[in-house]
Write a protein that binds this ligand. Structure first.
Ligand code: ADP
Ligand code: MG
Length: 241
């Protein structure tokens, strides 16, 4: 098991944002998470690498329990890569520097090795020619591909995506999805919050629908789209498809 959430509960102050979430993700599995805005999707995946703190229940990543032990938190963060809606690249650093920063400072990798690895991954996301530019000089689609390459530079076992194409112009969505599909084909364990239902149908082993801080429905994609069980899922699908 790569990621386990057991009875996960989280509150923002008085507001109960995640309610008894249970989820098991096996190595190599691809999970797509969808649901209305405010349903807790981002909060749930941000809990997995402790960008948000949970109050109740267990999170276990690759057999490491996420608890107060800073060693465990650091160990989990090394195994979990995350890609955000707004790329979150360092604007004052070149693409290459964005990619070598964590390997050098967190993994103590020699610079030469870090740069070689970064170039290899920039090739994989098809922008090696942009390595010496600054994020602001790149299109949104290119920036998001840099963000994916930067995550992969830490050699993660799991990748979390939080609406990676939602901030992109339509013509750039495909180039990012293509990179994600390739990553999936290579066997990466992935949890993707996305409303790209074509991606879900192609790639997902399971689709999860969240509403009101709960997992309302979970199924393999064909059944999920063709035979949704819950009224809330049916309503949601009728609005986005
Ligand atoms: P989603 O990603 O599904 O749109 P979020 O996880 O971002 O949902 O948010 C779930 C709920 O928690 C929303 O009602 C949102 O307003 C609230 N929320 C998110 N972040 C915070 C925060 N830092 N403090 C208080 N409430 C928050
Ligand atoms: Mg969100």
């Amino acid at each position: 098991m790569m990621v386990e959430l057991r009875n996960l509960n989280k509150w923002y102050g008085e507001f109960h944002v995640l309610k008894n979430i249970n989820l098991e993700v096996k190595q190599g599995e691809k999970i797509v998470i969808c649901g209305p805005s405010g349903s807790g999707k981002s909060t749930m995946i941000r809990c997995i690498n402790h960008l948000e703190e949970h109050q109740k229940g267990d999170i276990i990543v690759n057999d490491i329990p996420l608890n107060e032990d800073i060693k465990n938190i650091e160990a989990i963060r090394k195994e979990v890569g995350m890609v955000f809606q707004h790329f979150n690249l360092f604007p004052h650093l070149t693409v290459l520097e964005n990619c070598v920063l964590a390997p050098i400072w967190v993994k103590k990798m020699p610079r030469k090795e870090a740069e070689a690895q970064a170039m290899e991954l920039l090739e994989r996301v098809k922008i090696p020619d942009q390595a010496l530019k600054y994020p602001g000089q790149l299109s949104g689609g290119q920036q998001q591909r840099v963000a994916i390459a930067r995550s992969l530079c830490m050699n993660p076992d799991v990748m979390l995506f939080d609406e990676p194409t939602s901030a992109l112009d339509p013509e750039m969505i495909k180039e990012v999805l293509d990179v994600m599909i390739e990553l999936a084909t290579e066997g990466m364990t992935m949890l993707c919050v996305t409303h790209e239902m074509g991606f879900a149908k192609t790639v997902a082993d399971r689709v999860i629908f969240m509403d009101g801080g709960q997992i309302v429905e979970e199924n393999e994609p064909h059944e999920f789209f063709n035979n949704p069980q819950h009224e809330r899922t049916q309503l949601f699908l009728s609005q986005i498809l």
